[in-house]
Design a binder for this molecule. Sequence first.
Ligand code: ZN
Ligand code: ZN
Length: 737
Amino acid sequence: MDNKYENKINSAKLPFGRISVLLPIPVYKHYDYLNEELSLHIGDFVEVPFRKRCLPALVMGVGKGDIVSTKLKPVLSKFDCRALTKEMIDFINWVSAYNMAPAGAILKMVLSAPDALHPPKPVTVFFKVLKKNIQTLRITSSRKRVLDYLSDCKSRTMKDITRNTNVSSAIVKGLHGLGVIGDASVNQKFPSAIAVSKEPIAPILNREQIEAADKLISSVNEETFNVCLIDGVTGSGKTEVYFEAIAAVLPMKRQVLILVPEIALSQPLLDRFEARFGFKPTQWHSDLSNATRRQTWRAVGEGDVAVIIGARSALFLPFLNLGLIVVDEEHEAAFKQTEGVKYQCRDMAVVRARTAQISAVLVSATPSLESLTNFELGRYKRISLRSRYGTAKLPAVHAIDLGKAKLGRGKWIADNLVHEISETLKRGEQVILFLNRRGYAPLNLCRSCGHKLECPNCSAWLVEHKAKSRLQCHHCDYTIRFDPNCIKCGGTDTLASIGPGVERLEEEVRSRFPTASVLVASSDTLSGPLLLKKFIDAVKEVKVDIIIGTQVIAKGHHFPLVTCVGVIDADLGMAGGDLRAGERTYQLLHQVAGRAGRETRPGRVWIQTLQPEHPLIRALIDWDRDGFLQEEKNGRVEAGMPPFGKLAALIISSKDESLVDDLARLIAASAPFSLDLQILGPAPAPIAVLRGRHRRRFLLKGSKSINMQKIIKVWLQNIRIPSKAKLEIDIDPYNFM
Ligand SMILES: [Zn+2]
Ligand SMILES: [Zn+2]
């Protein structure tokens, strides 16, 4: 691997004197420092003094600044770690320029485990001294356990020995003092790249999958930049197909990155990976311990990690020798980072593949319009999988017209669906009821004075969580205890819950099916991989009859006995001014429907809606995905919306409302004019107050041919943002709140 690495870094040594570095702080510019003794290359990490701190910094080249050399501060030291590759530095610059975010902020995302710049501290290991005569030694049972444990001549840490032999460290130290066991200091090594834990199981692929895998592997073998979209119906075995591409890359000693929308939901994928390859992929997510983060970051940089699976942030790991990027569920909105540096991870993954000149594989049963358009324009290849794996057929989908169904007070399930559920339970099969709303009720209202309980920090209602007897804001997590008395009019017990969440639906299900075992699956009940695994096992072992779930149950799961899926409120996601609302609702309901009848038993799906004739509902009933997408595409072409036009948002916010309005007016006054560009706003954002900050938005809508970034840059270059206000730029926004 080292030969290739030499080609990937900038091996020319920089001359002594002025060097230019990028700091992990939110600024665009580089800073100059003086280096008079260190051997430095572009991509090296150094430590420099900055204001009153010491910061790590990335060496970018020879300094060009205009500060006189005598005023420059010196580089303090060079970190003992691999230099960043040229392609990674290109990537940082590209992400910064495209998303209009400071390069230093991108570097901060790369340095997601700053401690990893230091080499790991050596550890002491113990081993059995073979030549030592132990005839005279008194062998107690504890001592015997230790000596037996070390009899395979391997070195082990004190922790390993004490834990595995159940002795105290004093016993080990005693043996060490007698010279029976020796010690040594070694550098810690990350668990080796491919530590086989189980016998890998070669997959049995059907004909369509074999052809797809062959196509994909030949793309990967081109060893140049290309993008393949695996577009396969739910249950067609897309994962097995891209696993074959991974299997082709691993022997080349190149690294693989699998990006998933949410790591907490990827347990089924992790299990399938381990079954196929016999080892666990290395995970990267925000819940890792500091030690694991540090080790993993460094090991990725050393090329010691073969396969990383992670959410967005994994894209910014310092891969030494990346060979393939897979973006699973590429259509998921969760790939768009909406806080801090705003970027679309799927799109940036394609950029990362281009800087490394490798393949990117995008995978979905309901590809985004963006990716399909890129295929139509000839930029991406498409590999289609049209048949469900094995004998499973697509489930039959029916609409239930909520306008005609007479639902009782506080009831949310129509009679036909109730009937269908009981029939399913009689057959010993399982039911999923889908309602994409956490908690008990989205709103609490006083029946006496009409007061609505709102979050004091956001323009949003407080959501009732009855199980915890709390009201909670889903935007800022503001939480209060539930009190049935009205704080406004003083009415006693006047608060009424309006509308259903999964908890409230559970009440109805339990009262209608008292003997059935019911489980609620939402991010509140399944927080963390362990709970999720317990849930999956319970469903698979048929300990549950009815699953009530939010979107956490929509994807990836393979539950053979689920044959009935009920969508409680299909209209929930369709409203609102979001240009992707329809696309997203279709994708979600399509995925939910795909949970029914995944093996031999036929599945049925019931969709409750007030708009049974809506094209989106019709497309779900007819499994006419392409028809839906065509309609969606026509609408976007006509409106000049992405991917057939460009969008950007400017969001101005401050705790001081008049400051926000003044700044918005100032920015509006210097707005650029162009026939190809429409500027909407400034207008109060739909969530006008968020976490105590007042917000105003501009939306820029332009044709494909304009350079949106350049226009915004020129527009804003002379505007000074007061320190009490914030201006955020969102290129290609997904969130219009
Ligand atoms: Zn009241
Ligand atoms: Zn709030």
